[in-house]
Design a protein around this ligand. Structure first.
Ligand code: SF4
Length: 214
């Protein structure tokens, strides 16, 4: 680990801790999978409102696999992209039923073979269901890991592999929630508040911004 990465991680840990609690509500593994599919282009808060009733109505993998498409679309409409998401959920659960005995698999290969499941969703499931250290590269991680100089890569998969090389494994799962929290509060995409950011002394992008304002 480089001195720079160590300094960044120490400041993130001091500010946010090494927490890895999911922000999506679920009780069964397939529910986290479905909630994560629903969370694309949607807030976790909205998804949690929708899944409160959804998971009461569709109680298991088979219920989702056998769901009526237009009815499911109505059930998840407020999450946006409801047609594509409903198709993915039904197809995903059909495969879980046919090939995985109604359980959620743990390998990246098996997870990404499911409809609507990319590496990001697969890594969410691996982190929270199986406790396997994984780096979830969402929009916040993509943007802020570049600003902080943790990676120069710009594609999510390349960022994931680069961060896996540079960060100690015990930070893989936490870095996502740390950067999401930072991205929602201080390092927002429209107006990063570099002056008040606890990372301003170690952040290359922040230093540049603050220099240009002098
Ligand atoms: S110093 Fe600025 S650019 Fe760097 S993480 Fe903080 S808010 Fe973002």
């Amino acid at each position: 680990m480089t001195k720079h990465v160590k300094e960044v991680l120490e400041l993130l840990d001091r500010e946010y801790g090494l927490f890895t609690e999911p922000t999506l509500d679920y009780t069964q593994p397939h529910e986290l999978l479905i909630a994560t599919i629903l969370s694309a282009q949607c807030t976790d808060a909205r998804v949690n409102i929708v899944t409160r009733d959804l998971f009461k109505k569709y109680k298991d993998v088979v219920s989702f696999a056998e769901a009526d498409l237009s009815e499911l679309e109505d059930d998840i409409r407020t999450c946006g992209f409801y047609h594509a998401k409903a198709v993915h959920i039904i197809e995903c659960c059909k495969r879980l039923h046919e090939f995985y005995n109604d359980t959620v698999p743990s390998s990246i290969e098996d997870l990404t073979s499911l409809s609507g499941v990319g590496r990001k969703t697969a890594n969410v499931v691996r982190t929270h269901i199986f406790n396997i250290p994984s780096i979830v590269v969402d929009t916040h991680v993509k943007r802020i890991s570049n600003k902080l100089g943790l990676t120069k890569e710009t594609e999510p998969v390349k960022i994931e592999f680069d961060l896996m090389k540079k960060l100690p494994e015990d930070h893989w799962s936490a870095i996502n929630l740390q950067l999401i929290t930072l991205g929602r509060t201080i390092c927002t995409s429209r107006n990063p508040k570099c002056e008040e950011c606890f990372l301003k002394d170690v952040c290359p992008s922040g230093k540049k911004t603050l220099r240009s304002k002098k």
